[in-house]
Ligand binder design. Structure first.
Ligand SMILES: NC(=O)c1ccc[n+]([C@@H]2O[C@H](COP(=O)([O-])OP(=O)(O)OC[C@H]3O[C@@H](n4cnc5c(N)ncnc54)[C@H](O)[C@@H]3O)[C@@H](O)[C@H]2O)c1
Ligand SMILES: O=C(O)C(=O)C[C@@H](O)[C@H](O)[C@H](O)COP(=O)(O)O
Ligand SMILES: [Zn+2]
Length: 348
């Protein structure tokens, strides 16, 4: 069974969730003569199958794995490959991999000839529920996470659940951080499911579909993050600062997990969130094995890294917080002392 979740916008597209989805690819890239298939080493076999299923001349482009591939230098190498093979505006870019590869593939597509079509074939939980949906593409630079990029929605998204069978357990857990984020900002049934028992088979599929629906609803009305879309950044202000401090060696989902607890404590200390909902953050993240603390001495460096967060306006930091379960809002310009007290709750 294939589930289709539509994402609205100027050019609406579908996110397909199911098994063995390669046969859906040709209809998404109709009119293309060539496809560049970007992948990293662990996904070579899958990328070769996707390339064969595309039904057009395919150029396989291997990129470094995980965050090592999400750089300007790797993007430039991809541009050179497209140039060497005379890729034109009717050709397409396909990303086969987790969020890092699809963010890179989307960025290469957004920037090549000022924008060509692209399709993420997402292979990680985090990629399916978040990175592949919504058209945020980009790379990291020394100054911070995802600081160079473009909004460039895909032609369609393939979430082949078969891929999750080879996903390392640690990466499945990392993906749950974004699923749980969706539970807190919009769909508490997600939290009930995660708290309820084993996360496999039909429960995993339900979680994937529910989280995609949360994201699709939001990006369908606010592609460029002029308001509502900011809620998807819940937990990311501190999360991205941790990733930068770790030189992108921490998994994104792990950093977001710590960031979610920080944001919950911030809201609780600001008098906006009740104790029980704040406590639930730690409990649910802990339950699935996500990290819930970070180095105490890192605070000054993290505070400075948060200043390049995309939600900041001039010198004013802004945080997504909750005013209750599934009631996201913005906390603007909190005192440094409040931020420090919230950090003390995650510091070890
Ligand atoms: N664009 C967005 O809206 C958005 C949203 C959320 C996250 N992101 C980005 O996504 C990235 C994180 O994505 P991620 O958690 O998928 O990490 P990732 O892409 O680094 O993948 C994690 C690891 O899993 C491996 N892997 C992926 N699928 C596999 C499979 N099926 N079988 C075996 N190995 C597999 C990868 O090769 C990698 O080693 C971050 O860069 C983050 O910033 C972007
Ligand atoms: O799609 C969004 O919008 C999000 O904020 C989703 C996040 O999970 C994701 O990590 C995103 O890449 C962060 O975006 P950024 O603009 O803060 O870099
Ligand atoms: Zn994220």
């Amino acid at each position: 069974m294939v589930t289709r979740i539509q994402v609205a916008g100027d050019r609406p597209y579908d996110v397909l969730v199911g098994r063995g989805l390669s046969a859906e690819l040709p209809s998404l890239i109709e009119g293309a003569a060539r496809a560049a298939v970007l992948f990293s080493a662990p996904l070579r076999e899958r990328a070769e199958r996707v390339a064969a299923a595309a039904g057009v001349k395919a150029l396989l482009v291997e990129v470094p794995d995980a965050e090592r591939g999400k750089t300007v230098e790797v993007a430039a190498r991809c541009w050179d490959e497209l140039g060497a093979h005379n890729f034109t505006r009717t050709d397409v870019v396909i990303g086969v991999g987790g969020g890092a590869v699809t963010d890179l593939a989307g960025f290469v597509a957004a920037s090549w000839l000022r924008g060509v079509r692209w399709v993420p074939c997402s292979t990680s939980l985090l990629g399916m529920v978040d990175a592949a949906v919504g058209g945020k593409t980009g790379v990291n630079i020394a100054a911070g996470k995802n600081l160079v990029g473009a909004f460039h929605p895909p032609a369609g998204v393939l979430c082949d659940l078969d891929a999750l069978e080879t996903l390392p357990a640690d990466d499945l857990v990392a993906g749950l951080a974004e699923v749980i984020k969706c539970g807190f900002i919009a769909d508490p049934v997600i939290l009930d499911l995660v708290e309820g028992g084993e996360i496999d088979g039909p429960v995993l599929r339900e979680l994937v579909e529910r989280a995609i629906r949360v994201k699709a609803e939001v990006v369908g009305v606010d592609l460029k993050e002029s308001g509502l879309r900011e809620i998807l950044n819940y937990g990311h202000t501190l999360g991205h600062a941790i990733e930068k401090r770790e030189r992108y060696g921490w998994k994104h989902g792990h950093a977001v997990a710590v960031g979610l607890i920080f944001a919950a404590e911030l809201a609780r200390l600001a008098g906006r969130l009740d104790d029980e909902t704040a406590r639930r953050h730690r409990a649910v993240l802990d339950r699935v094995g996500l990290p819930t603390s970070y180095e105490a001495g890192a605070w000054p460096e993290l505070l400075s890294a948060m200043r390049v967060d995309k939600k900041a306006r001039a010198a004013t930091l802004r945080f997504v917080v909750l005013d209750g379960l599934a009631k996201p809002g913005i906390l603007t310009g909190p005192d440094e002392s409040l931020l420090e007290r919230a950090y003390a709750e995650v510091a070890r």
